[in-house]
Design a protein around this ligand. Structure first.
Ligand code: LCS
Length: 397
């Protein structure tokens, strides 16, 4: 299919990528559960290592099941290339280690998934990388912090857990006008390629926790990094091969391809449910504030409407205190108290004590993450039934 690049997300997710597997004509790509690949001769092995002949060598460097998945994700993100990883953190750390090194400077938004914040706040500085956490929705602040050794601007939009929105196009424009070599890296986990394509908005690299919507079934930990072919070759041969080794297994790749077949059907249902729940929460007297970019009350609403096709399946809301939040979570019957997101099950959690526990109390306040914030990863149950569960739990507060 030569014109797959011009087809819909649904068709790309199902048919994208060229499978060289013709063996028995299986509909699904087989799971190549092998660590290594046989060379016909020693000379052939040498040629493959030297890059003079195509072919698989060893599954940390490539595997046919994983390769097909990488081709699909590259298509979905409109990227030249994609590399798969054994976790979202594997993707993020391998990508950042391929960009930065001692003496380099990174600008990052202050509202990030807790472990990404930990990597940038504690991990990378230990090896001589300087990181400034700012509010990247303040474009003047982005301009003011760029400097000669800035190599990367890193952000999430919508961000975990407050659904903060960054203007990807404007941030990329400002960074690239200052220095075209700067890599603007966007974590697109919350939006998915169904709702947002950061590369089309000017970003250089897109990273994902595929643990979430891309797999969609709560049974795999995985990640991706997508961008220009030459940079992704660096990410594979330096970030992944040498620095982190966080390679995706073929079994997980198979499961993600299975999940991807319904991505374009699942995401709109998550969104429909989230919109209904956000509207209900706005009318709930014991709910102090709702954080959902689809609501006009959300400060990022207009930018989200400009850069996203719809507003996503994640929302957060504030209750009186941490204790009230715990009581609410414990009173729920249908919604499940667990971290993670993008699954069929609606999951509820308390960011300050769970996903964002790497932040100190001061850092939480700085990032605008209140103690009473509760995050809801809206699932695929019937929206009215999720609302009924929330109502009965609020009634117990
Ligand atoms: N990026 C974002 C936006 C995330 O939410 C997560 C994980 C990661 C990267 C890391 O991906 P992982 O290594 O877990 O595949 N977020 C989680 C969360 O909010 N609850 O549990 C994990």
């Amino acid at each position: 299919m030569d014109d797959i690049k011009n087809m819909s997300i649904a068709t790309k997710a199902i048919h994208g990528g060229v499978s060289k597997e013709k063996g028995y004509g299986s509909l699904s790509m087989p799971i190549y559960q092998t660590s290594t690949f046989v060379f016909e001769t020693a000379e052939q092995g040498g040629r493959r290592f030297a890059g003079e002949e195509e072919g698989y060598i060893y599954s940390r460097l490539g595997n046919p099941t994983v390769s097909l998945l990488e081709e699909k994700i590259a298509l979905l993100e409109g990227a030249e290339a994609c590399v798969a990883f054994s976790s979202g953190m594997g993707a993020i750390s391998s990508t950042l280690w391929s960009i930065a090194g001692a003496g380099k400077h990174i600008i990052a938004d202050g509202t990030l998934y807790g472990c990404t914040f930990a990597l940038l706040n504690h991990g990378m500085p230990r090896y001589g990388v300087e990181v400034d956490f700012i509010d990247t929705s303040d474009l003047d602040a982005v301009k003011a912090h760029l400097k000669e050794n800035t190599c990367c601007v890193y952000l999430e939009s919508p961000a975990n857990p407050t659904l903060k929105i960054e203007d990807i196009e404007e941030v990329a424009k400002i960074a690239h006008e200052y220095n075209p070599e700067i890599k603007v890296v966007v974590d697109n986990t919350f939006a998915t390629p169904v709702l947002q394509n950061p590369l089309a908005l000017g970003a250089d690299v897109v990273v994902h926790s595929a643990t979430k919507y891309l797999n969609g079934h709560g049974d795999v930990i995985a990640g991706f990094s997508c961008g220009k072919a030459d940079f992704m070759a660096d990410v594979r041969l330096f970030g992944l091969k040498d620095m982190t080794g966080s390679v995706l297994g073929p079994q997980e790749a198979f499961l993600i391809m299975r999940g991807l077949k319904t991505l374009a059907l699942r995401v709109p249902k998550h969104v429909e449910n989230a919109r209904m729940i956000a509207e209900y929460l706005e009318s709930e007297p014991k709910c102090k504030k709702v954080y959902y970019p689809g609501l006009e009350s959300h400060p990022g609403h207009e930018i989200a409407a400009k850069q996203m096709k719809d507003f996503g399946g994640m929302l957060s809301f504030e209750v009186e205190s941490r204790e009230a939040g715990a009581k609410l979570c414990n009173a729920l019957e249908l919604c499940t108290c667990a971290v993670s997101l993008g699954d069929a099950e609606t999951l509820i959690e308390h960011p300050a004590s769970m996903t964002h526990s790497p932040y100190t109390a001061e850092e939480l306040a700085e990032a605008g993450i209140p103690e009473g914030l509760i995050r809801l990863a809206v699932g695929l149950e019937e929206g009215e039934e999720i609302i009924a569960d929330l109502k009965q739990a609020f009634a117990k507060l």
